[in-house]
Design a protein around this ligand. Structure first.
Ligand SMILES: [Zn+2]
Length: 371
């Protein structure tokens, strides 16, 4: 399998790279960002999602906790009652940020979890009898669902569980077993999904309409245009002619380390990224004037523009950051015409912002001359 940094970026998949990096950063700062990639077979979306495991940082958890309890805010049935001191006594360990996959044939007990009836009731230690499924184990990490439209068609019950995870931040998962009390566990995960809208059973919005708005960003992938590939080849041979060492010693692992370091550094300062009142107003205007009807879209614009600014190494969000992420946030929520109008509105606002203003003195002189 190729490393993340070895995969070729082209016009058709560039936005997915961008969205994945934003989602990794968002998960790292405890603000999940759900993304959905739509594209025909062969566009490389699944390969890209799986390769993005390379980017995931380490997280700290209570030693051995299958639910990845944060040492300062334990939430699982085994540790929620612990004080930070008691949690520290168990010990803290570093593990890779979780990445779990749900296949289209998944069953409820695998996805949510099950309760081991043989040991029940284990009142003294109730957590011991619960076997957490994929979702609670993916807490504080990534949950990847390939062919989500197929899963939605094959198993509406599993889809309902996924909806509960995505409907709120944090979401929750319920583990149920007939005759036993239901166990409810909070989960904080970013859901990454892929689907082929032209394959069976058609686009996700047709199979499960309620799910569409839960995705903060939707990326529509295209195949690489022939022109893209030719251009890239030409560029590579040009680089080779001028600097052969750069091509020969371009180690993907070194590039990967650089990328990981960058994400770690950016996550450390994420809280300090500022969003001006003018830009907040602009987000509110887009929501009100273009009839968005979804407060999730507002949250996604706020979070998305901060993430974009962070990845551009900026401490202050600029209008360009908002403009860069708007198509990912609105393409599945509004018509193409509305999206074009929103973009035109942003263009105009950017133009006004960029218009040079004359210094007061010069203006005065000009007035003087003209009179
Ligand atoms: Zn725990």
């Amino acid at each position: 399998m190729k490393a993340y940094t070895e995969l070729v970026r082209h016009g058709g998949n560039q936005r997915l790279f961008q969205a994945i990096e934003m989602s990794v950063l968002a998960t790292q700062v405890n603000r999940p960002l759900h993304i959905h990639a739509e594209g025909a077979r062969g566009t490389g979306k699944t390969t890209l999602f799986r390769a993005a495991r390379d980017l995931l940082p380490l997280i700290q958890r209570i030693r051995g906790c299958r639910y990845n309890c944060h040492p300062l805010q334990p939430h699982c049935p085994e540790h929620f009652h612990l004080s930070p001191e008691e949690a520290a006594e168990i010990g803290i360990e570093q593990v890779p940020m979780p990445f779990w996959e749900i296949s289209s044939g998944a069953e409820i007990s695998t996805v949510a979890g099950s309760i081991n009836v043989h040991n029940f009731p284990a009142a003294a230690h109730p957590g011991a009898s619960i076997l957490p499924g994929i979702i609670p184990r993916a807490n504080r990490g990534i949950l990847f669902i390939d062919d989500i439209n197929q899963l939605a068609a094959a198993s509406p019950a599993v889809m309902k569980i996924i909806l509960e995870v995505m409907a709120a931040k944090p979401g929750r998962v319920q583990i149920e077993q007939s005759g036993l009390p239901t166990v409810q566990i909070p989960v904080q995960v970013s859901v990454w999904a892929a689907s082929d809208p032209d394959g069976f059973p058609g686009p996700l919005e047709r199979v499960c309409k309620t799910l569409i708005d839960c995705f903060d960003m939707v990326i529509r992938l295209g195949r690489p245009q022939e022109r893209d590939i030719v251009q890239q080849l030409l560029q590579q041979s040009q680089v080779y002619r001028t600097n052969p060492r750069q091509v020969i010693f371009n180690d993907p692992l070194i590039l990967l380390r650089q990328q990981q370091r960058k994400l770690r550094a950016v996550a450390g300062v994420f809280d300090q990224i500022r969003l001006s009142d003018a830009l907040k107003n602009m987000i509110a205007n887009i929501y009100l004037d273009f009839g968005l009807q979804s407060l999730r879209a507002v949250e996604a614009m706020e979070l998305g523009s901060r993430l974009q600014a962070a990845l551009q190494n900026r401490q202050q969000v600029q209008m360009a950051d908002l403009a860069a992420i708007i198509p990912l946030i609105l393409a599945h929520r509004v018509s193409l015409q509305t999206l074009e109008k929103v973009l035109a509105y942003l263009d105009y606002a950017q133009f006004i912002e960029a218009r040079p203003t004359l210094p007061a003195k010069l203006e005065k002189t000009e007035t003087h001359i003209s009179t």
